[in-house]
Write a protein that binds this ligand. Structure first.
Ligand SMILES: NC(=O)c1ccc[n+]([C@@H]2O[C@H](COP(=O)([O-])OP(=O)(O)OC[C@H]3O[C@@H](n4cnc5c(N)ncnc54)[C@H](OP(=O)(O)O)[C@@H]3O)[C@@H](O)[C@H]2O)c1
Length: 282
């Protein structure tokens, strides 16, 4: 292990209990190195996005942390994450931007260009949706559902294009099992299904620009949004603990999809769910 990784390992060991990060990444047998690369992860102040940002930093990349709500807990969490990454010896900046708003997205990518002058990996992780049946959505909820979880991701790709084109970059979408299975209180599932079609379509339309696009369809992960989901879907409380995916297990697959090792993959969405979908629906 070189000096940087030894220092990062000590730092991450201290964080380990709080953040469910495992350290196998630091072992020399599996090297995915992104030195001098830049990753932007939408919605990375907390939850799965925050684990992805840490994994990128541990593998040598500099990162942009993004969140939606200024002045609250999310901003504090984003600041703390930035400090942790800076202490690891990598650069991190956090930029508040609501991806559902085109102007805000423009500012996010202008900010990225100003800070780093490049972008190699765009991870489309941010999501926000009410938990209620589709037919009960108020108009403003329906608009937020589509604007954040569909339009927001497209805005990000549009604004990131000039930077991704220069670097031959990679785009990874974070979907969920709701794209494939019905859950009465999860209208986000229909947006995730649309997202998985966008993965296929963008992979084809951006191939000539040397930009690769893939997705991850995640199982259940114990984050803040899961705490809300369990109030609306009692069945999830019966699911054994070992069927939950840890944030850093999703992050590992994101890094694989950004690594040369996955160069044969285009327009695919990989299921990372600890086998939950096979078990529930067999
Ligand atoms: N948790 C699960 O069980 C699970 C399962 C499968 C897939 N996923 C997917 O994984 C991704 C992350 O989920 P999570 O559970 O980690 O979420 P989370 O804990 O609820 O965190 C969501 C993050 O997204 C940000 N965000 C929300 N709306 C945004 C917007 N309009 N613009 C910019 N940022 C925005 C939030 O910022 P603020 O705090 O400022 O709002 C926060 O940083 C989502 O795409 C989710 O659908 C989650």
């Amino acid at each position: 292990m070189d000096g940087f990784r030894r220092k990062a390992a000590r730092r991450v060991e201290a964080m380990d209990g709080r953040n469910q990060i495992n350290l196998h990444f630091l072992k020399p047998m599996r090297k995915v190195l992104f030195d001098n690369k830049v990753a932007l992860i939408t919605g990375s102040s907390r939850g799965i996005g925050s684990a992805i940002a840490k994994k990128f930093a541990l593998s040598g990349a500099d990162v942009i942390i993004n969140y939606r709500k200024a002045g609250g807990t999310s901003q504090k969490q984003g600041e703390t994450l930035c400090n942790e990454i800076n202490e690891m010896g990598r650069k991190a900046f956090f930029i508040q931007a609501d991806i559902s708003k085109k102007d805000s997205v423009k500012a996010l990518f202008n900010g990225t260009n100003e800070k780093y002058g490049r972008l190699d990996f765009l991870i489309l992780n941010a999501a926000k949706a009410p938990f209620k049946p589709i037919e009960k959505l108020f108009e403003r909820e329906l608009r937020q559902l589509v604007e954040t979880n569909y339009m927001g991701n497209i805005f990000c790709i549009q604004e990131a294009l000039p930077l991704l084109e220069k670097s031959g970059g990679k785009v990874i979408f974070i979907s969920s099992l709701g794209s494939r299975f019905y859950n009465e209180s999860y209208p986000l599932g229909s947006m995730k299904a649309a997202m998985e079609s966008v993965v296929r379509d963008c992979a084809e339309s951006l191939k000539e620009k040397n930009i690769s696009v893939n997705g991850i369809c995640a199982g259940l992960v114990k984050t803040d949004s899961f705490k809300v989901l369990r109030q609306y879907m009692e069945e999830v409380n019966k699911i054994p603990d070992d069927m939950f995916v840890k944030p850093d297990e999703i992050a590992d697959v994101v890094l694989f999809l950004c690594d040369e090792a996955s160069r044969g993959m285009h327009g695919q969405t990989i299921v990372v769910d600890k086998g939950l979908s096979s078990r529930l629906y067999r």
